[in-house]
Design a protein around this ligand. Structure first.
Ligand code: PLP
Length: 387
């Protein structure tokens, strides 16, 4: 029996899939290859590595692992999530049209509207993709891409990925999922028929709030070849140190996600019982409008919760001030719990009118539930909520 035949479960895959011990020394963990170039025996004769932007063993080891975990043909590591997104947009011809969700991540909205609208004449329609039937009304002859976030940020809306993939395939439109909020442990969009997954690896993949990075994974080899070409041509690669950190984080993704999800489920249920809280947005709750769909396409429900405080902005600000274990900070997906006020922090780039249209209330607070002991986290929220 070959080793590959034993690499089946998620955690085994995270540690062993598409990995080899270092050929130079036998090092069990791929070392940080901090080199910009490689010695050649004769012009053009080398060991398959000629220049650091094009080839780096540390980056390749990470890229192999994330491709395997997402179930894709090829994975590519970038300097940030935004760099990964920008590279994926390079697949489009100028003048293409994109359909995306109304509550797409603010940075993605900025890339679409403030950069690619003029540099590549891309046009974007923002719609409610929670209703896949609505897609037909917004598709144009020049629509080339559907860009989905599920769960979305900050309202944790769920999009039926298999239904979107099905509709897009019939029309020959590329589908992209920003899987940052879920991680491949929670959901595998490529298995549901989507074409490309992108991540801000700064979040759950890195997992320790100590690196900024991004990835793109393509379902098929021809797409992977195109993204790989763009990655090298445009050059926004992840460096070897960052690749090492992202890879190190990835190896424990399964055990971390399990705890993130368990803690979030317990806190969401408890928050729902609190008199200070008007609404809790968490796909694991029966009260979530798409709970049945979440159960169908996700293994668990993730580590992100949003809550609407009855006392609006004043109550939110008072709570944020009092939190001790939950740190007031932007970002998410690290081992430590974070709390933030989307209207003035993660979504500050989204105009107030658009925030309102998205359904963001002034009392909305977002929690990234870490892997601390859940009773300590609950005690922190309890003392912070007290008026
Ligand atoms: N996508 C989502 C859903 C995000 O939350 C973020 C960052 O917060 C990004 C993409 C961008 O990633 P990065 O900050 O690593 O560039």
């Amino acid at each position: 029996m070959k080793k590959e035949d034993l690499v089946r479960g998620f955690d085994t895959c995270a540690i062993h899939a598409r990995q080899a011990h270092d050929p130079a020394t036998g090092a069990v963990i791929t070392p940080i290859y901090a080199t910009s170039t490689y010695a050649q025996e004769a012009p053009g004769i080398h060991k398959g590595f000629d220049y650091g932007r094009s080839h780096n063993p540390t980056r390749f080891a990470f890229e192999g692992a994330i491709a395997a975990l997402e179930g894709g043909a090829g994975g590519f590591a970038f300097a940030s999530g935004m760099a990964a997104e920008a590279a994926v947009l390079e697949l489009l011809e100028p003048g293409s049209h994109i359909v995306t969700t109304k509550d797409v991540y603010g940075g993605t909205h900025r890339l679409f509207e403030r950069v690619r609208r003029h540099s590549a004449k891309l046009s974007v329609t923002y719609t409610d993709l929670c209703d896949p039937a609505a897609l037909g009304a917004v598709i144009k002859p020049e629509t080339r891409m559907i860009w989905v976030e599920s769960p979305s940020n900050p309202l944790l809306r769920i999009v039926d990925l298999a239904a979107i993939a099905d509709q897009a395939k019939k029309r020959n439109i590329l589908t992209v999922v920003d899987n940052t909020f879920a991680s491949p442990w929670v959901q595998k969009p490529l298995d549901l028929g989507m074409d490309i997954v992108v991540h801000s690896a700064t979040k759950y993949i890195g997992g320790h709030s100590d690196v900024v990075g991004g990835v793109a994974v393509a379902a098929r080899q021809e797409l992977a070849d195109k993204i790989g070409y763009i990655q090298n041509a445009v050059g926004s690669i992840a460096g070897p140190f960052d690749s090492f950190l992202m890879h190190r984080g990835l190896k424990t993704l399964g055990v971390r996600m399990q705890r993130h999800c368990e803690n979030a489920m317990k806190l969401a249920a408890w928050l729902e019982s609190r008199p200070e809280v008007g609404r809790v947005f968490y796909p694991g709750l029966a009260s979530h409008p798409q709970h049945a769909l979440a159960k169908k396409q996700m293994r668990h429900f993730g580590g992100m919760i949003s809550i609407e405080l009855k006392g609006s902005r004043k109550a939110a600000e008072a709570m944020l001030k009092k939190c001790k274990l939950f740190t007031l900070a932007i970002s998410l997906g690290g081992i430590e719990s974070l709390i933030e006020y989307p209207a003035a922090m993660s979504h500050a780039v989204v105009p107030a009118a658009a925030q309102k249209e998205m359904g963001m209330d002034e009392g909305l607070v977002r929690l990234s539930v870490g892997i601390e002991d859940v009773h300590d986290l609950q005690a922190d929220l309890e003392q912070a909520l007290k008026i």
